[in-house]
Design a protein around this ligand. Sequence first.
Ligand code: NAD
Length: 254
Amino acid sequence: MFDLSGKTALVTGAGSGIGAAIAETFARAHARVFVTDHNKATAGATIDRIRQANGEAELLMLEVTSEGECRAAAEQVNANAGHLDILVNNAGVGHVGTMLQTDGADLDRLYAMNVRGVFNVTRAFLPGMIARRSGVIINMASIGGLVGIRDRIAYCVSKSAVVGLTRCMALDHALDGVRVNCICPGRVETPFVKARLREYPDAEAAYREMTASQPVGRMGRPDEIAAAALYLASDEAAFVTGAALTIDGGWSAG
Ligand SMILES: NC(=O)c1ccc[n+]([C@@H]2O[C@H](COP(=O)([O-])OP(=O)(O)OC[C@H]3O[C@@H](n4cnc5c(N)ncnc54)[C@H](O)[C@@H]3O)[C@@H](O)[C@H]2O)c1
């Protein structure tokens, strides 16, 4: 199994779903993990689970849309741990709507959170990685960053930007020793998807439709996405940068 002994990692949005699974998986692989979220209670629960399993985790409150909080987080991590090896930009939000059901405020909100959030956190930690000529950045995009999804215009626009940001950064920093990749999950059963389902008049029909879009006939599990993040974070992925790794039950093969 991939081993992260001696590495320090930070995961945004680690209080729930995919982010929590990544934080727990990294800790099981012996990384020291900074569990960050803007929700203290859920992030605290992730910390408790990691510590109960004898893992090493620290809580850091981080609202990714705040540049100031991102800079302060980098200072705190550097003061406590010396440096950061692995950054996972996981925090993200969704939105259901076609062009005419999405107003400018919706688009701005999704952009501020899903794109500017990744930008803010990355700008805070990248200088340290370049200075050490070593670092791994993993961005949580979506299959919606690679293919269109009905009723998801603002979300797909924001996740397409995350894929573009990943590819540009991979090129810009390939010779700085910093690898940058993104993961493009299909539908994964998390509180995020449950919240989207509540926006439909017929949630059961929407669930069936969401499941059917994946050829394997089910949604993914958070730990299945975390396994890919572990690989990308590991030294075994030393030759992997600029990748948009689809983990989608075959969705994008169609
Ligand atoms: N679940 C899916 O089907 C799916 C599919 C593709 C991509 N994704 C992406 O995976 C990521 C995680 O999704 P999830 O399903 O685990 O979501 P989730 O809603 O279960 O968890 C998201 C976490 O991010 C935190 N968060 C939200 N806004 C934040 C902010 N501004 N600052 C800091 N923390 C914030 C929340 O408190 C929560 O703990 C997102 O980027 C999402 O777009 C999810």
